[in-house]
Each structure stands twice: as C-alpha cells, then as structure tokens.
Design a protein around this ligand. Structure first.
Ligand code: NDP
Length: 254
C-alpha cells in the first residue's frame, strides 16, 4: 500500500461544513480515510457530510459542537470515540476572522478570536490526544496561516492566534512525541472562502495578493490537499512540530 494511503484511518476535521475544511475532508476521503464532518449546526454538518459521501463514495459521519466550550468539546469527542473510536487524524481547522485597526480593536472580538482559533485547538487537541496516547499513535494537523509569520494592518489579533497555533504545534510535538503522536501545522496563504469574501470582493486587495504571491494568484482549496494527505499519512512519520506553508511562495519572499 502507498505510504500516502489513508485506507482504514479515521479523521476528524473541525469546521468541515464549508470552506477549507470541506475541501480537506474531500481530499482525505479520496485518499481512503473515513471522515467525521463537523460544524456548529447539526443540519449543516449533516448536509455537508451527505454531499461529500455522494461526491467521493467515501464514508462520513456528521457531528456538531461549539469548539470554544470545554463541556461541548468533551461530549463531542466522547460521541465520536463511541461511534468510530478515537480518530487517527485530527485536523484543527475551525476558525474565524475579525478585522479592525489595533487602537479600536473591540475587546469582544479579541476574546472571540482567541477562543475560536486558539483555545479550540488546545481543547479538541487535548481530548483527542488522550485517546491517541492510549492507542500509541495519531496525527494532529493544526491549521495555521501566513499570518503566523507575516503581519498586516487590522489583523493583529488574528495573527496572534495563528502565531499561537505555530507554537502550540511545537509544544504538542514536545509533549506527545513519546506517545507516538505527531503534531504539525499547515499554513495556507490567501484562499477564497467565506472567511475572505470581503477581501476577494476588494479589487485593490486582490491585486495586492496576486502581486505579493510569487505564484501570481489566490490559493484554490484543492491546493491544500496534497500537503494534508502527506501530514496525515505514514509518509510523514518522522516529520514533527513543523509548519508547512502552502502559500504560492508568499512567505518565502519580501
Ligand atoms: P470559513 O469561514 O469558510 O469556515 C469556517 C468553518 O469553521 C465552518 O465550518 C464553521 O462552522 C467552523 N466554525 C467557526 N467557528 C466555529 C465554532 N465556534 N465552533 C465550531 N465550528 C466553528 O473559513 P475558512 O475555510 O476560510 O478557514 C478555515 C481555517 O483556515 C481557519 O482556521 C482559518 O483561519 C484558516 N485560514 C484561512 C485562510 C483563507 O484564506 N481562507 C488563510 C489561512 C488560514 P459553521 O459552518 O457551523 O459556521
């Protein structure tokens, strides 16, 4: 069997009801994994899971829980484990964006960003990793961003969460490697999704992205799949604590 095959593996992807998470779910299904599709609402997650099964012929299961709520995460992970056992692959993808100049940045937006983008990866990561540690194997992939490394006006708080994701990944590597678990981060450049809809609609911003990215274009969600399959499969068994940028070269050049 190819080192990249995910046949027989189970994956949980948070925030896979749409956007990047949905495309990643499709990619893992096509590589042979069965996938737990997750969102905030059961109806949305079920709809996405059914669509993904139709498209790929793969096996999906839908679940919904709030990733910022400790009790909800604990319950959600318990239900997944009861249904399919502890996932072999966890992708911490759920996230939001809020933009404001630093001097006016609303405290509530700061709290929402930290909770949704960073605390969620800690909570879901801890509860899934406990099961992985008992089994002695697992792959955690945290979704970072070019903003883990590059700042732009108006998104200091978002960048703080994504910089945090990069170091959380290294911390997971330090604490979990001894249990047979690898933790890596996948850092997308600019991709057109609901999260970036306002930026895509802004012609000047789009020109900036195209000029600033050596590849000369926005990312397409399918561009992320190969890197995720690599980090999820045994092909990456000696890769641990790394941030893999899939950004058309944006972070490589000034
Ligand atoms: P979308 O807004 O398209 O999708 C976000 C997903 O996260 C949805 O499935 C949503 O569920 C889920 N979600 C959000 N908040 C919560 C919550 N509190 N509890 C449970 N689920 C939640 O975003 P993208 O697909 O663009 O982004 C996905 C990830 O990729 C994020 O971490 C983002 O920071 C990162 N990223 C995105 C980039 C881009 O250019 N788009 C670039 C770099 C990183 P629901 O459908 O129920 O709302």
């Amino acid at each position: 069997m190819s080192a990249f095959s995910l046949r027989g593996r189970t994956a949980l992807i948070t925030g896979s009801s749409r956007g990047i998470g949905y495309a990643l779910a499709q990619g893992l299904l096509e590589a042979g994994a069965r996938v737990v599709v997750h969102g905030r609402s059961t109806a949305t997650a079920q709809r996405a899971a059914a669509q993904l099964s139709d498209k790929t012929g793969g096996v999906t299961w839908a679940t919904a829980f709030e990733v910022t709520d400790t009790a909800a995460v604990e319950q959600g992970i318990h239900e997944i484990a009861a249904h399919w056992g502890t996932p072999d692959i966890l992708v911490n993808n759920a996230g939001i964006q809020r933009r404001s100049p630093f001097l006016d940045f609303p405290d509530a937006d700061w709290d929402d960003l930290i909770a949704t983008n960073l605390t969620s990866a800690f909570l879901v990561g801890k509860h899934v990793a406990r099961g992985m540690a008992k089994r002695g194997s697992g792959k955690i992939i945290n979704i970072a961003s070019v903003q883990s490394r590059l700042a732009r006006p108006g998104i200091a708080a978002y960048g703080a969460t994504k910089g945090g994701i990069a170091m959380l990944t290294q911390g997971m590597c330090a604490d979990l490697a001894g249990f047979g678990i690898q933790a890596n981060a996948l850092a997308p450049g600019y991709f057109a999704t609901e999260l970036t809809a306002a930026l895509v609609a802004d012609e000047q911003f789009t020109q900036w992205v195209e000029g600033r990215t050596p590849a000369g274009r926005w990312g397409r969600v399918e561009d992320l799949v190969g890197a995720l399959v690599f980090l999820s499969s045994s092909a990456s068994d000696f890769v641990n604590g790394q941030v893999l940028y899939v950004d058309g070269g944006m972070t490589a050049v000034v």
